[in-house]
Design a protein around this ligand. Structure first.
Ligand SMILES: C[S@@+](CC[C@H](N)C(=O)[O-])C[C@H]1O[C@@H](n2cnc3c(N)ncnc32)[C@H](O)[C@@H]1O
Length: 383
């Protein structure tokens, strides 16, 4: 009888995430993917799953997912690191196994496979990124099939080396650009949110079956789109999503984006007739978010990313906008309801929210479009 070699143990996976979102991503990996988080670092979550399949590509708060080849947090910042990068790449991973696992998740395209190497480096090192890249390439020599072609665009396999300070991690990329950019988001506006940040806000909102969620300043509809995606398991349980913006062009853009999530997913309101409106999960309209056409205490969750006062609006107008917004959001929110707000100026928001007496539940610092920002989670007291 032929002897079968046992399959090697599954390697860990890792996610690259926007710095600040590590804990939210770790919670998604643990709760939704049933993964076991082994380590988090700046912009990084290392985890294990019992089966590596396309489910890992359903994560929403991560920028990219990889099969782990090797990693260290002991870089010396000196040129000796380059020898180690080459040696680790050549000796540590079972590249054949990693490629088999990669093909199981991302089937090989027809024709001769292509590959690409990517090196990212941040921090002050005594060598350049291109030197680290060369060390990676030397370490990989002879590890990928000789027939594979190098390609800078749309390569079927990508091997990434990410260096941040004294940490380096190397792996085979399982995700592609649609993980971070989403295929449904085709209309973009200045100051539109990164979908992974919107997904994190939606997770923190914790919307459940039967609830009403509103984004009063929806821009291109990123938060609403992520909320639709997060609610997929509950679609039949009557969650209602409402969104609007003062800018007609934003409402149009949000409509185009949200319709891509499926037919009947989005209706422009008030054009929708009553019957259609009640059957449609997302209603969009042009409105002033500080004077919402909604009854008091009609909403369970508010997810909102008001202007920062930099790209949009004048800084002095923002304090007044936040004050009006807090009063109006408080009016429409149910007692016990939750608001998740992303702002650039947290003290200004705190000042506005202090007047309505919401309780602060959590804050997550992130960088959005190169600026410091904070996702803040609030609860309206039961009274
Ligand atoms: C930072 S953007 C929101 C981006 C959005 N989350 C996205 O991902 O595209 C802020 C939005 O607030 C809107 N806005 C500003 N003042 C408003 C108001 N009083 N009522 C409704 N929308 C308002 C702007 O038109 C803009 O689209």
């Amino acid at each position: 009888m032929a002897k079968h070699r046992p399959e090697p143990e599954l390697p860990p996976c890792y996610a690259l995430v926007l710095p600040g979102l590590e804990e939210v991503a770790a919670a998604e990996i643990t709760q939704d993917l049933r993964g076991e988080v082994r380590k988090t670092g700046r912009g990084l979550v290392v985890f294990r799953v019992s089966t590596i399949d396309r489910d890992v590509l359903r994560l929403r708060t991560t920028e990219d997912i990889f099969l782990y080849a090797w990693g260290t947090d002991q870089l010396t910042y000196r040129a000796v690191d380059l020898d180690k990068i080459q040696r680790w790449t050549a000796r540590e991973p079972d590249w054949d196994h990693l490629l088999r696992l990669h093909h199981a998740v991302r089937p090989r395209p027809r024709g001769r496979p292509t590959y690409r190497l990517v090196t990212q480096m941040s921090g002050q090192h005594g060598y350049l990124r291109k030197h680290a890249h060369e060390a990676l390439a030397k370490g990989l020599a002879g590890k990928l099939p000789a027939s594979w072609r190098h390609a800078e665009e749309n390569a079927s396999v990508e091997v990434w080396l990410t260096i941040q300070g004294n940490t380096a991690i190397c792996g085979v990329r399982l995700s592609d650009r649609t993980m971070r950019h989403r295929s449904w988001k085709v209309e973009h506006l200045p100051a539109s949110l990164r979908p992974t940040v919107a997904a994190a806000m939606v997770r923190l909102a914790g919307t459940g079956p039967g609830q009403v969620v509103v984004d009063p300043m929806c821009g291109a509809g990123t938060l609403l789109g992520e909320q639709v995606e997060a609610l997929r398991p509950y679609q039949r349980q009557g969650v209602r999503l409402l969104g609007g913006d003062v800018d007609r062009n934003a409402v149009r853009a949000a409509g185009i984006n949200l319709r891509r999530l499926g037919p009947k997913r989005c209706t422009l309101w008030p054009e929708a007739d009553e019957e259609e409106a009640s059957a449609t999960p997302v209603l969009l309209t042009r409105w002033d978010g500080t004077r919402l056409p909604l009854a008091s205490a009609a909403v369970d969750r508010i997810v909102s990313n008001p202007p920062f006062g930099k790209q949009l609006g004048e800084p002095e107008e923002i304090a007044a906008l936040y004050r009006q917004m807090a009063v109006e959001y408080d009016r429409v929110l149910q007692p016990g309801g939750r608001a998740v707000l992303l702002v650039g100026d947290l003290p200004l928001l705190r000042e506005a929210v202090r007047r309505v007496g919401w309780k602060s539940l959590q804050q997550v610092s992130v960088r959005v479009l190169g600026q410091r920002a904070v996702i803040s989670v609030w609860r309206k007291p039961e009274r």
